[in-house]
Design a protein around this ligand. Structure first.
Ligand code: KG4
Ligand code: ZN
Length: 350
């Protein structure tokens, strides 16, 4: 079964073709990073316009890359939410139009569940498992008994980890997107040079909080004149930008690792899956994998290119949800947020 996936939930325009929910024939992502970079973050209106300009070309390239035509497809899978509503509507409207013209069935899918399906594309998703989706919009732990039994066991109370990295990078003048910039700067820095808090650490709560960590960096930088536009404070500070980046990255990684270990122990599983944009981070991958070996559980990361937003994962999820596909598509709508479904069992504080 060939599935065409379409993803436009934030600022990346993506399309991909996947066979039987596992074999990627093509995955095309058109990034708008350089457009939004000058504003230090995603500007929703500009993102929607960018998708409008890119979507036709991106879908063509995905079909060409898979050596297919739209007529060869069996199903179209499209992200319906959560995300920026204007961005989502571009991909969803395009998918509806394509399904209407071709008669192909369409299945609207959830972006976060798409991240959770990523390992289907890289050897298979193990069950039962704990999964961490860690991206610019989400930092959430899931317990997964099977593809149809996935429940939230913990999430962030405020910022997502990627959002905190993006904001820290902005304060440090490292540009957008901040996660990769912090990672690069960290390579020359000392992660122990600045003591930053590890929010909600040392508790058995499977919850995250990153806004205080961000404020701690902001306060430190402000107190030492680092944010001063003359650059004098920055020159006087004994710590380099690399030291500050490495310290911040280390604090984020420490919290992510601690909560993942807690979740794996609490739910007594042997597999931990880490997905989403921040899962590209080499220091996180290395540390989490080492901890898994030491603690006796297997840690699974998708290849880096499938961590950040892509449409291959949306096609994989569409294959899983193919029974929900239909040709009655006109009522399908986009959604910006969705009430989270809590999982059963330990760690659930609802
Ligand atoms: O999954 P994604 O592409 O979009 C969302 O669903 O949010 O994740 C984007 C996030 C951004 O916050 C970006 O800074 C972060 O992932 N990111 C990274 C790295 N690459 C992307 N964070 C840390 N290290 C990286 N190498
Ligand atoms: Zn995402």
């Amino acid at each position: 079964m060939l599935v065409l996936g379409i993803e436009t939930s934030c600022d990346d325009t993506a399309a991909g073709v996947v066979r039987d929910g596992a074999e990627v024939l093509s995955s095309v992502v058109s990034s708008q990073d350089n457009v939004h970079g000058q504003f230090g973050g995603v500007v929703p209106e500009i993102a929607s316009r960018g998708h409008l300009e890119n979507i036709v070309g991106v879908v063509h390239r995905a079909l060409e890359g898979a050596a297919c035509s739209i007529g060869d497809m069996d199903l179209i899978s499209v992200t319906a939410g959560p995300g920026l509503i204007g961005s989502l509507l571009v991909g969803l409207s395009f998918a509806k139009g394509a399904a209407f013209l071709t008669g192909l069935p369409l299945v609207p899918v959830d972006h976060v569940q798409g991240h959770l399906a990523t390992l289907d594309l890289a050897g298979g998703t193990p069950y039962p498992s704990v999964a961490l989706v860690v991206s610019g919009g989400h930092t959430t732990l899931f317990h997964m008994s099977s593809p149809d039994d996935i429940g939230i066991i913990g999430t962030t109370l405020d910022d997502a980890a990627g959002e905190a990295l993006d904001k820290a990078a902005k304060m440090l003048g490292l540009g957008y997107p901040g996660g990769p910039a912090i990672e690069t700067a960290s390579r020359d820095g000392d992660p122990a040079s600045l003591q930053l808090p590890r929010p909600l650490s040392g508790t058995d709560r499977l919850e995250f909080s990153f806004s205080g960590l961000k404020t701690a960096l902001f306060t430190y930088l402000g107190r030492h004149g680092y944010l001063d536009t003359t650059g004098e404070g920055r020159a006087r500070l004994p710590l380099s930008t690399s030291d500050l980046a490495a310290s911040f990255q280390q604090a984020v990684i420490d919290v992510l690792v601690e909560k993942c270990i807690g979740a794996v122990r609490l739910h007594r599983v042997n597999h931990l899956i880490v997905v989403g944009g921040v899962a590209r981070n080499a220091a996180l991958r290395e540390r989490m994998s080492r901890v898994g070996v030491e603690s006796g559980f297997e840690v699974h990361f998708p290849p880096p290119s499938y961590c950040t937003d892509n449409a291959a994962m949306i096609a994989a999820l569409g294959f899983r949800k193919r029974a929900e596909a239909g040709t009655e598509i006109m009522d399908i709508n986009a959604y910006s947020t969705k009430a989270l479904k809590r999982g059963k069992g330990p760690g659930n504080r609802d």
